[in-house]
Design a protein around this ligand. Structure first.
Ligand SMILES: *Cc1c(COP(=O)(O)O)cnc(C)c1O
Length: 354
């Protein structure tokens, strides 16, 4: 039986995407060859890469606006480093809203002065800092749109003159935003787009080329842009599968359509967390993530019965991250509303049995 997969990442992908990806590993589009045995410079793969790039920009409304999409390797973690390598000349400002922001800050410190404009570490990152000031003389401002581990999500982004860089690994393509506010958006594929192995980096080209340092080729955005993501062998399987997911999303009606489903899933689960006396939400209500819901058992409630019930219902992956404890239900784009209903039913059954 297929499980209801609430894993935080790698995570659920659309069933039909997995089916098509599996078929392409055996044979791609009746060409007598597997996706993973053809040259990345073959016309078949070049077309796949171009389609993936086009779909990504199309979904974000960034076509013909000076942006390009790259599919790189090294995960979102590599972008922590590459952003600073390519943009940080003197000073950068970062918002610290969780583990991933903290890691991004650590890498950027290698390259210049770093201003942490605000941090929610004082409350184990259970909220998004607000009302902070961003200095004017910075090379860029960096933030994390969705904090996968703590279950918080930024609802508003600052308007600044400096480039705005955002790690959208765990909520890209999940909600409508004015993406043209951002100059670099990056996202590891394995949360909302595809298998691990590639990172989508969307860049406004005119912000590059402003640092003095020599950048190693593999870490230089301009080199990757100049070669259209083909400077070295791209992760062909991850790019292909991401392309399939982006096509799946387009066929559904794009971000506006999936956002409605995501809103419905999040309301269903948060309403139950708030209604059911056996549970308490972890994140501040106004900052609750629609992708990752974090919650705990109420004081004194034992976990055994609940854990047995959700396992029995075929639910997978809801144990909380070790830095938060409790539970985390990740409800990425590919998760149907029905799976969230199964979890809510289990929470109600737990209440009846207690
Ligand atoms: C998972 C995650 C990362 C790390 O991604 P890797 O691909 O493992 O490097 C970074 N940022 C956010 C917001 C994430 O959710």
């Amino acid at each position: 039986m297929k499980k209801h997969n609430f894993s935080a990442g790698p995570c659920i992908l659309p069933q039909e995407v997995m089916q098509k990806a599996a078929e392409a590993v055996v044979e791609l589009d009746n060409i007598g060859l597997s996706l993973i045995e053809i040259s990345h410079r073959s016309k078949e793969f070049v077309a796949i890469m171009e389609k993936a790039q086009k779909l990504a920009l199309e979904h974000l409304g960034l076509e013909d606006k000076g942006y390009k999409a790259l599919f790189l390797q090294g995960g979102a973690s590599m972008e922590f480093l590459m952003v600073a390598y390519n943009l940080l000349q003197n000073k950068a400002a970062y918002l610290n809203s969780g583990t991933w922001s903290t890691k991004a800050i650590k890498e950027a410190k290698l390259f210049g002065e770093l201003i942490e404009v605000a941090s929610s570490k004082d409350a184990n990152f259970n909220y998004i800092p607000k009302g902070y000031e961003i200095p004017g003389d910075i090379d860029y401002f960096h933030c994390t749109s969705n904090n996968t581990i703590f279950g918080t999500q930024m609802m508003e982004f600052p308007s600044i003159d400096a480039p705005l860089v955002c790690d959208m690994s765990s909520d890209i393509f999940s909600r409508q935003l004015d993406f043209s506010k951002f100059d670099i958006i990056y996202a590891g594929a394995q949360k909302n787009m595809g298998p691990a192995g590639t990172t989508l980096v969307v860049i406004k080209e005119d912000i590059l080329g402003k640092v003095d340092r020599t950048i190693p080729s593999m870490l230089d955005y301009q080199i990757h842009l100049g070669k259209d993501s083909m400077f070295n062998t791209p992760p062909v399987f991850a790019v292909y599968t991401s392309m399939l997911t982006l096509q799946w999303l387009k066929d559904l009606g794009g971000i506006p359509a999936i956002e409605k489903v995501n809103n419905a899933k999040a309301s269903l689960l948060y309403n139950e967390i708030d209604r059911n006396p056996l549970f308490v939400g972890f994140a501040a209500k106004e900052d609750r993530s629609k992708m990752n819901a974090t919650f705990n058992l109420a004081d004194g409630v034992q976990s055994e019965v609940f854990d047995a019930l959700w396992k029995e219902a075929g639910i997978n992956g809801i144990n909380g991250h070790r830095s938060v404890g409790g539970y985390r239900a990740s409800m990425y784009n590919a998760m149907p509303l029905e799976s969230v209903q199964v979890l809510v039913d289990v929470m109600q059954e737990f209440e009846r049995k207690s």
